[in-house]
Write a protein that binds this ligand. Sequence first.
Ligand SMILES: Cc1ncc(C[n+]2csc(CCOP(=O)(O)OP(=O)(O)O)c2C)c(N)n1
Ligand SMILES: [Mg+2]
Length: 376
Amino acid sequence: MSTTGPLTDDGLVQLLTPGGQRVEHPDYSYRVAHLDAEALRGLYRDMVIVRRFDTEATALQRQGELGLWAQSLGQEAAQIGSGRALLPQDYVFPSYREHGVAHTRGLDLADLLRLFRGIDHGGWDTAAHNFHLYTLVIGSHTLHATGYAMGVQRDGDVGTGDPTRDTAVVTYFGDGATSQGDVSEALVFASVNNAPVVFFCQNNQWAISEPTTRQSRVPIADRAPGFGIPSVRVDGNDVLACHAVTAEALERARSGGGPTFIEAFTYRMGAHTTSDDPTRYRSAAEEDYWSQRDPIDRLRLHLEAIGELPAAFTAELDAEAALLGERLRTTVRGWEAPEPGSMFEHVYASPNAVVEAERAWFEAYEGSFLPAGGAR
Ligand SMILES: Cc1ncc(C[n+]2csc(CCOP(=O)(O)OP(=O)(O)O)c2C)c(N)n1
Ligand SMILES: [Mg+2]
């Protein structure tokens, strides 16, 4: 681990060491002081469930049931820690591997698979969960989040002091996304408008095969102050630290204090997607190093050390995870393929001439094939 550059671990906020020991931080410890053993087990349960979901989804892709899958393996602490700091009225703009955050917003995890099976443009009701659709156009949703946050501000839902009204917006994106112009534009707009938005960058050290050292010479969080936005670097494999820094940033946003940039320093333990083979561009030694820093192991070690991980709890959790796996397999295989022409529906709220012309062309094209079985 270098002491300089974008991959340094200098200055990371940490509340739980890789060995599972609680450590004090002068600015952040108080933000997790209320989490008792039951709450810690809740965070552990979330991470285990999401990992099981991710493992099942990967297997379903390998069995040909999904076209593609983007794993969240290794990023569970960043996602669960931050997601559990959100209030119901807060709004999330994710990229495409925020399965843990989706879980904290109460989505049925199965619904995340519709898009990846190619049967739906989205997969869930965004308004029901204040969780926007997955965005695959890297960084573009940081602009959507900033615009949405400016709307929240103009609706007067910031700084009223009413904890059920004041609202924050959070957008999740990767290290690679920070090189996109859209992200810089979003930071400019958020800053000059003092928008209630939290920029949550999961620096998982890779943008497909490009390492973070190809995105920046300095820690990514160091860029934000240049836009006038305060930033913090956090150990992204420490669920407590992620929870603490996000709680602070959300509170700042809701109270009218403006945007914050969080860099959660973590590691993409899996491939970029199921179409990728990381053995072509990274070393086994690097993967071994990070497997020693698994975010779930860290909390497990802590709970064991304080005698708060009873066998009955882990047995129940194992059963819950197995049941989820079974349900996912049955649900996904049970989904019928939609009529191909239905992809033209719901593009706009009202009829649109261009979409109608495309639909007509498509129907004529489909109609040009012989019917199944041969003769007309
Ligand atoms: C605008 C745009 N350019 C390129 C791509 C292709 N692409 C898909 S994922 C990816 C890497 C993103 O890396 P990062 O932001 O670090 O997120 P991670 O996948 O590591 O979570 C790229 C370049 C894209 N989807 N959108
Ligand atoms: Mg990345």
